[in-house]
Write a protein that binds this ligand. Structure first.
Ligand code: OGA
Ligand code: MN
Length: 296
């Protein structure tokens, strides 16, 4: 069955219609979806009814799946499959987490503009979020997820700016990003388990051939540059990249599945009514090599 692709924004995001994600995909459909990902970077599917197992199986067609920081930590979880990340404000018994709950405070780091797992030596590729329960709005947001097009942001730099940043290497550290919101209570051993990683700042996306800025809240400094200078450059580039013309904001409905490519986008969650459940489930595909070994 041919899929229908409708762009949602000038640069980034397309809605995909004509697919039931609970059913096995044909290789031809996987190929069509990859083409859409390479072109639009973010894909939106509405009105899906899938279990965690079906989400895992669907995502697994696009690459090996990540076991996230929280599932890797062990202990009792709300969700059965380690490949399904719990992107919710709920505890193991499906109760809304207390305001000072450590897991909740850690996950508030998702409100900063970031690309997932850039602190890992081999970072991730696709993120896939499925909405089960969507919360009511708050004064500062309705739990939207926003996506910035880092290819369009790169393209909009001047030639002199592009030249100045070509070849730069950035260090990414999850403890740096969490520290920015004042979260420093990591579980014992976690710091040792997730040391910083180095990533290329300018990447070439293998699917589209387009250059892209690889930035993230995890980005702590630029290798070989005095820290204050590198941080200010990272701030300037981030400020440039998150201008509204580069951003698609997704307002969730239950049954939405959103796929994004972490190699050429940044994303962030928005605030919502914290007293009400927000239940999203995430599958994530792994890359196969370091960004430092990629073709420039
Ligand atoms: C994520 C993430 C943002 C949100 O799942 O990787 O950053 O809106 N989520 O929950
Ligand atoms: Mn994220």
């Amino acid at each position: 069955m041919a899929i229908a692709v409708t762009p949602l924004h000038e640069h980034i995001g397309a809605e995909i219609a004509g697919l039931d994600l609970s059913r096995p995909l044909t290789p031809a459909t996987v190929k069509e979806l990859w083409q859409a990902i390479d072109r639009y970077a973010v894909l939106v599917f509405h009105d899906q009814q899938i279990t965690d197992e079906q989400l895992r199986d669907f995502a697994g067609r696009f690459g090996e799946l990540e076991i996230g920081r929280s599932a890797a930590a062990g202990g009792r979880r709300r969700l059965a499959f380690p490949e399904i990340g719990d992107i919710s404000n709920l505890d193991e018994d499906s109760q809304v987490r207390a305001r000072d709950d450590r897991r909740r405070l850690d996950s508030l780091g998702n409100r900063l503009w970031h690309t997932d797992a850039s602190y890992m030596p081999v970072p991730v590729v696709l993120g896939m979020l499925f909405a089960v329960t969507v919360p009511p709005p708050s004064p500062f947001g309705a739990g939207e997820t926003e996506f910035a097009d880092m290819r369009a942001a790169y393209d909009a730099l001047t030639d002199a700016q592009k030249q100045a940043i070509e070849g730069l290497v950035v260090e990414h550290d999850v403890f740096w990003s969490r520290g920015q919101i004042g979260f420093t209570e990591f579980a014992p051993g976690e710091r040792e388990k997730y040391p910083p990683s180095r990533q290329r700042l300018v990447r070439r996306h293998p699917g589209s051939g387009r250059k892209t800025l690889y930035l993230s809240a995890h980005a702590s400094h630029i290798v070989g540059m005095p820290r204050p200078e590198g941080r200010l450059l990272l701030n300037d580039l981030t400020e440039h990249a998150i201008q509204r013309q580069f951003v698609y904001s997704h307002t969730w409905r239950p049954g939405d599945l959103v796929i994004w490519d972490n190699r050429d986008t940044m994303h962030r969650g928005r605030p919502h009514d914290e007293m009400q459940p927000r239940d999203l489930r995430r599958a994530t595909t792994l890359d196969v090599g370091s960004t430092l070994d990629e073709a420039a």
